[in-house]
Design a protein around this ligand. Sequence first.
Ligand code: FE2
Ligand code: FE2
Length: 404
Amino acid sequence: MAGTFTVQQNLELLGRYRYTEIQLMELMGSWACTMIDPEIKIGFGRNMFQDSVHADLLGKRIPELKGRSQHFHSIPPSDGYVRLLEKIWNTSDELLRLVALYQVVKPELVTVYRRHLERMELPADEPTGNIIRLIADEEQDHVEWGRKMIDRILGSSNRLEEARTWKESLLKELNDAGGVWGDGRQPGTYSFKKTHPYSKLPVRDSRWNVMQHPEEFKEKDWSFDTTEGKLHLLHDLLNSEFITVERMGLILSDFPEIPWQMKMDMARQAWDEARHAEIVQRRLEELGGHVGMFPTSCFGWEQDVNRPDPLERLALSNMTFESESCKHLRDWIAKAKKTGDTRSLQLVEFLLADEVNHVLYGVHWIDELTKEDPERRKRVLAYPDKVLADQHPVGVYFKETKNA
Ligand SMILES: [Fe+2]
Ligand SMILES: [Fe+2]
């Protein structure tokens, strides 16, 4: 392709960018619960959301250019490109995943966005230009962040050569597949599903001591009016924040067919929870605590992320656990006020503002997607009780607070 882009050429490329942004969001979503490094989980929560915004911006520009056909909203650049993404998705090693994402695919995105900007008909296509410039800058930030994470892993291991060889082989495959533009290739018809195997627990680094028996779970009995109580409650909440980044990521990767706005909400929640993890850990440490100081609970995880209906997951976690969490946060706010802990008060008020939205995501999407399907609605809404009836102490905790 030479000269400036026509409307038609533009559309063909925007569809390829959007396809890639969505694929990367799903890759991070499916990986988050198996990445050991908490800083990487947090970064994935943030990048997942930003990639969903990139896809959303592109998706708004496409119909403006009269790309009314669904075809333009997602164009796999070539079969070779899709198979390369599948190969990357199948990689289980943390370092090799990061190299693939942040040293191969995302830099390629930045390159094609910048090339696109140079070939733009201006000012005719200024609206696309503004979007692409913004996306390219954010993708460049992702690449920078990824480089730091990769350097850190390489700094404590002897894997530089392995990482380099892997990167070179992927770059060659990417080039052979025609890159994000799919140069000279037909759009791909191949697709793959990012299903995850049955999951007992999300992975945690060695500092965490995950409880094995539900009856050990007593953290919710603590009160936010003493430092010791705050340490227990914040420590427990920190793990819950990580869990929610991970479970939102799995909804995005397990269910590519859900409505786009629902994906945007799930990606937004992943980012909120990633920020919460940062906030909560900071407050925990300010109060003299640290990660791993108490045993922690992942009860509810197995019953959530293995459900084949995303709405059952939302009924259990968003409408039940997060709704309970809102009540707890209100109690913490009252106690922080009473005891003059203005720092905790300010942070927890921000947490609560987000959590209320998370409950609403659950309520809204269950209502919206079961309007025409009373059977599904009944099954979805009954799911939390079904789980909690024989789950202790989550069930006990749920019933106590429900009756309170
Ligand atoms: Fe949260
Ligand atoms: Fe939440």
